[in-house]
Design a protein around this ligand. Structure first.
Ligand SMILES: C[S@@+](CC[C@H](N)C(=O)[O-])C[C@H]1O[C@@H](n2cnc3c(N)ncnc32)[C@H](O)[C@@H]1O
Length: 156
């Protein structure tokens, strides 16, 4: 099973790229964490935000491999503790489908992405900047993997 983070935004600050890669490189070969960046639409003065959002959503969904499970990152999603996330990871692995984690841009996710979601995951009640979400998500998934494999990274 492959984990794919599909996120709006390119040209991230170095600390985001370094932070994400720090965790992504630790994933095992049979469960890699890959990043797919979707270019954000131009938000000029009179930009049609709905159209931009819909286009970003189309591109995100086009990046999802056929049959993959879509999980959307949403402030108003469900909270999953690390052990709960670990259980989900194990269930997803047993199920065998790739898992795509969708992170929106400045105005969030397109309605089409939300409609396609099989799980809505909230990292906090706070609205986080989308670059930071990438890093928190990578660490959380790595911790969940470490719990499921009894790796010493996670300590009770
Ligand atoms: C700056 S936020 C978008 C804020 C937008 N007003 C909204 O309501 O979605 C960009 C993206 O980061 C992710 N995000 C931000 N905070 C989050 C949180 N606490 N939990 C999960 N995802 C979050 C979501 O995918 C969101 O679409």
């Amino acid at each position: 099973m492959k984990l794919m983070l599909i996120a709006v935004g390119t040209k991230m600050p170095a600390w985001v790229t370094t932070g994400f890669e720090e965790y992504a490189r630790r994933f095992p070969r049979d469960m890699p964490l890959e990043l797919v960046e979707i270019a954000a639409g131009k938000r000029g003065k009179n930009a049609d935000i709905k159209r931009i959002l819909d286009l970003e959503g189309e591109k995100m969904l086009a990046a999802v491999p056929k049959g993959a499970r879509i999980i959307t990152l949403e402030v108003e999603g469900g909270y999953w503790s690390s052990p709960q996330l670990s259980q989900k990871l194990v269930q997803w692995q047993l199920d065998g489908r790739d898992v795509c984690l969708l992170v929106g841009g400045p105005e969030g996710l397109a309605p089409a992405c939300i409609a396609a979601s099989e799980g809505k995951w909230s990292l906090s009640a706070l609205t986080l900047p989308h670059p930071l979400v990438r890093v928190v998500l990578a660490e959380s998934l790595y911790r969940a993997w470490s719990i499921s494999t009894n790796h010493p990274y996670h300590r009770e």
